[in-house]
Ligand binder design. Structure first.
Ligand code: PMP
Length: 401
């Protein structure tokens, strides 16, 4: 958002919406929930420049440090040269290119799935897939801590939405039994985005099989991080073939932008025919497809890179535990829960003044009373960066109270 320095002298429109906005902004500010932007002056990486200062970045989902990688840049630059910047239309019109097809084929090989369909973002994938699969007369069962895009996908579907308590398989089993519906779909993150914990995937798979429900998972924070080849929690647990739809993003460990779903050929074809963000939105730039294709090669082939991320995860979680914070080495995400928004904002400021960029996460992103700092680790962090973060946390007074 850009505010003109001369905005006082510009016409303010009819003024009604402005009055609404001012009222709502004041309410947000009074609750410590008003947000603002802060532009980076550098590429993503372990170190970023913000406001003229170089800070250690603990808020990026660039888990493998690929966002600024020379390999990805070169792949994107070559495709940019060949295809130009924009694609000019949705894929079903004239926005489909060989770069899109190549990426889908590469991702299908990586995911060992019959088919893959690309979406422009993870948000578009989730809000497109759910309404394409279920509708009125159906029921969708959604974990209470699922990502906002899944929540919105459920709402848009017009199916009955049953939110089950976080990771509680027995409660889900009861809900599946008690809810009459034509089709039943269970949907969950595999690695939860604000807590970093895992869904009870093996139990969910057997429950869905028992009850004849379909299962969709969001692997946004697991792809590139978990699994022997980086193909997520499904791969790690050997369950890939038993999950109906596996959604992954290209915007996190893959260092770019976009998303995909790995599924059967009929499901992919139905989504191509029905998922509104796929049908009615201009396709991803070919340069991003080419960068993502290069990223899949890195993720699959560069095991030492993933091992570097895991060394950092283990070092940070051991350090947090030594400081008295509950922490487990399960993913690259570590919440430091502080309670009220003001405490999280103070803690973020404390970190910032000591060279760490780590953002306060507040409602509605997380439940009331659980505002937090959310540390995201990357393979690009050095041991020195991790130790510096732990040292700053040591000095964060009152956190453990
Ligand atoms: N799913 C999850 C679990 C996420 O955390 C996010 C993004 N934070 C998304 C989906 C949306 O992905 P994208 O940023 O590519 O739109």
């Amino acid at each position: 958002m850009s505010l003109s320095p001369e905005s006082d002298s510009l016409p303010a429109g009819a003024g009604t919406a402005t009055a609404w906005a001012q009222e709502d902004l004041e309410t947000l500010a009074a609750r410590g929930l008003r947000r603002s932007l802060e532009p980076l002056e550098s590429a993503q990486g372990a170190l970023v420049r913000v406001g003229g200062e170089v800070l250690i970045n603990f808020s990026s989902n660039d888990y493998l440090g690929l966002a600024a990688s020379p390999t990805l840049r070169a792949a994107a630059a070559a495709a940019l040269e060949q295809y130009g910047v924009g694609t000019g239309a949705s894929r079903l019109v004239v926005g489909d290119t060989v770069a899109h097809r190549r990426l889908e084929a590469r991702l299908a090989a990586f995911e060992r799935s019959e088919a893959v369909l690309l979406f422009n973002t993870g948000f578009a994938a989730n809000t497109g897939i759910l309404p394409a699969l279920v509708g009125s007369g159906d029921a969708v069962f959604s974990d209470a801590l699922n990502h906002a895009s899944l929540v919105d996908g459920c709402r848009l579907s017009r199916a009955r939405v049953v939110v089950y308590p976080h990771a509680e398989v027995e409660a889900l089993a009861r809900a599946l039994e008690e809810t009459p519906a034509r089709r039943k779909l269970v949907v969950t993150d595999t690695v939860f985005s604000m807590d970093g914990d895992h869904a009870p995937l093996a139990e969910l798979v057997s429950l869905c099989r028992e009850r004849g429900a379909a299962l969709m998972v969001d692997e946004a924070h697991a792809t590139g991080v978990l699994g022997p080849r980086g193909a997520g929690l499904c791969e790690e647990l050997g369950l890939s073939e038993q999950v109906d739809l596996r959604m992954g993003t290209l915007s996190k460990a893959f260092g770019g932008m976009g998303a995909y779903v790995a599924t059967s050929r009929p499901v992919a074809e139905l989504l191509l025919n029905r998922a509104r963000p796929f049908i009615f939105s201009t396709s991803l730039p070919a340069a991003l497809c080419a960068a993502a294709e290069a990223a899949v090669d890195v993720v699959e082939g560069d095991e030492p890179l993933r091992e570097r991320l895991w060394r950092n995860i283990r070092r940070f979680s051991a350090g947090l535990r030594a400081l008295g914070f509950p922490a487990e080495a399960r993913s690259a995400i570590f919440p430091v829960i502080l309670g009220e928004p003001a405490r999280a904002l103070d803690a973020a400021r404390h970190c910032r003044e000591r060279g760490l960029l780590v953002k306060a996460i507040r409602p509605p992103t997380v439940p009331e009373g659980t505002s937090r700092l959310r540390f995201c680790l990357s393979a690009a962090h050095t041991e020195g960066h991790i130790d510096a973060a732990l040292e700053v946390l040591r000095g964060l007074r009152g956190v453990r109270g």
